[in-house]
Design a protein around this ligand. Structure first.
Ligand code: PMT
Length: 222
């Protein structure tokens, strides 16, 4: 029965885009809506998994019977994933995580002045959540990432699956507005660590999520 394929399994899904504060009223972020990650959480729950959805700044309704943790920044997302991962069977990182954050967060609103016609922001690297988590992965745990690329999709996804020691990566061409950030549809290539590639049709994010959950079930969690 499709509704209990993943019963007894605990999955963590991340969604949305992190916000990196600059001062009390401003932040840097990206165009992620959370649609892809929320669809994955719903599909995993529908397959019987116990789902923890770690959501970065999405305004979407929360799928039924899913445990929700809200976070804002990449550092908060890392802390939440680190806490949940030891008892989980798998992690699916669909969140769009800022690679850099402002080096200094001002305590007060930054003012414009007549003397400062330009402004330079210094950014520092954020931790890589997948790289950090992969080092603590136990046998039997599955770690899945996404690769959001505007060019050289498969080559860049292949680099990320190795660098982040992933079991599976979902390559997403975000240069195409029909299938990228905030779109209702997607078209992806699933890339496995052994090089196997499966290309999906163009379909709803819900259908992509079902396909992903089926692949994870068949390959890693059966
Ligand atoms: O939310 P939507 O509007 O529906 O859009 C969906 C999406 C385009 C955001 C989604 O399909 C997607 O591609 N998510 C990954 C976005 C991303 O951050 O990609 P990346 O190629 O920069 O990162 C690669 C992987 O490493 C991702 O799984 C990311 O979550 C993870 N990462 C990135 C940076 C970082 N510091 N730590 C990470 O773990």
């Amino acid at each position: 029965d499709a509704s209990d394929r993943l019963s007894g399994k605990k999955l963590i899904v991340t969604a949305g885009g992190t916000r990196e504060a600059l001062d009390p009223v401003r932040y840097l972020t990206n165009r992620s809506s959370g649609k892809m990650g929320y669809a994955i959480a719903a599909a995993a729950q529908g397959a019987g998994a116990e789902v923890t959805l770690i959501s970065a700044n999405s305004a979407l309704p929360v799928p039924n019977h899913v445990r929700l943790i809200r976070v804002e920044s990449a550092n908060e997302l890392l802390a939440a994933v680190k806490k949940a991962f030891p008892v989980a069977d798998g992690l699916i990182m669909a969140a769009a995580v800022a690679d850099y954050r402002p080096a200094v967060v001002a305590n007060q609103k930054i003012k414009k002045t007549a003397a400062n016609q330009t402004m330079t922001l210094e950014l520092v690297r954020n931790p890589d959540i997948l790289q950090t988590i992969s080092t603590s992965k136990r046998p039997g745990q599955v770690v899945v990432g996404f690769a959001a690329e505007t060019n050289d999709l498969i080559a860049n996804a292949a680099k990320k699956i190795k660098a982040k020691k992933l079991d599976l990566i979902v390559a997403n061409d975000v240069a195409n507005k029909q299938i990228g950030f905030n779109a209702d549809q997607n078209q992806v290539t699933f890339l496995f660590a052994d090089g196997q590639q499966i290309k999906s049709p163009l379909e709803s994010k819900a259908a992509i999520a079902e396909r992903l959950i089926q692949l994870i079930t068949d390959h890693f969690l059966n």
